[in-house]
Design a protein around this ligand. Sequence first.
Ligand code: ADP
Ligand code: MG
Length: 265
Amino acid sequence: MPRDNSEQPSTDATSVIEIRDLHKSYGALEVLKGVDLVAPRGHVVSLIGSSGSGKSTLLRCANLLEESQQGDIRFEGEPIKWKGHGLNRHPADRAQVTRIRTNLSMVFQQFNLWSHMTILQNVMEAPVTVLGRDKAEVEEKAREYLAKVGIGDKCDVWPAQLSGGQQQRAAIARALCMEPKALLFDEPTSALDPELEQEVVKVIKDLAAEGRTMIIVTHDMRMAHDVSDHVVFLHQGLIEEEGAPAELFGNPKSERLKQFLSHSQ
Ligand code: ADP
Ligand code: MG
């Protein structure tokens, strides 16, 4: 099924992230084979696809945790400066990389909270140590974000004392405390039991309703349907189909997407 380019969101400097024709290989394995991904400001883009299709790799390339061999990545219209080309391509400007990475906060499947720090300390850590912000101001913000995700009473406990759903909400508060331009979620509910999953889905829905820019890799088709402005179906390192959620889920065109959705219910 050829891609219908008319369904891509329009692009301009109001996009927080804009990726064009991205190619990424690990050795001989080409994982991304020319992928576009645009996150316009205030939009939610969901990435769906089978395990191994390249979703995590694409997110990691977007915030420069991974290098890529070919293609254009822009942050708020500003192109990444590269040094070299092909397999020898590297970001040229460390300050640019740091600025972009701190503006694209990631939330991972496995929360990754520091076990030796309280929840409050976890949320305060990066804004204080990486961004050098004032500790008292960060603490005030951290408490606000923890209250926002519904665990304002858990500031002084250790991560191990929280349920998985609470830990993931703490991880979301930690990402928010960086006050990033966009949030990138990699399967944020996959490690959770179904009843805990819904706590986290609710927080993500609230963030979407606030108009936050987000890219969400998820296996949760209901959440993708409910929160997204645009859904991208990745298959073996290429975009097989993309579009508005009602259209993509209600009227899938490619056989691969139909098959994928039939296994995801
Ligand atoms: P998804 O998130 O869609 O499940 P990934 O982006 O994690 O897919 O992986 C895509 C492909 O890249 C898989 O074949 C995976 O084994 C491979 N891959 C991912 N990370 C690495 C790595 N660091 N080194 C080598 N291969 C990798
Ligand atoms: Mg993955």
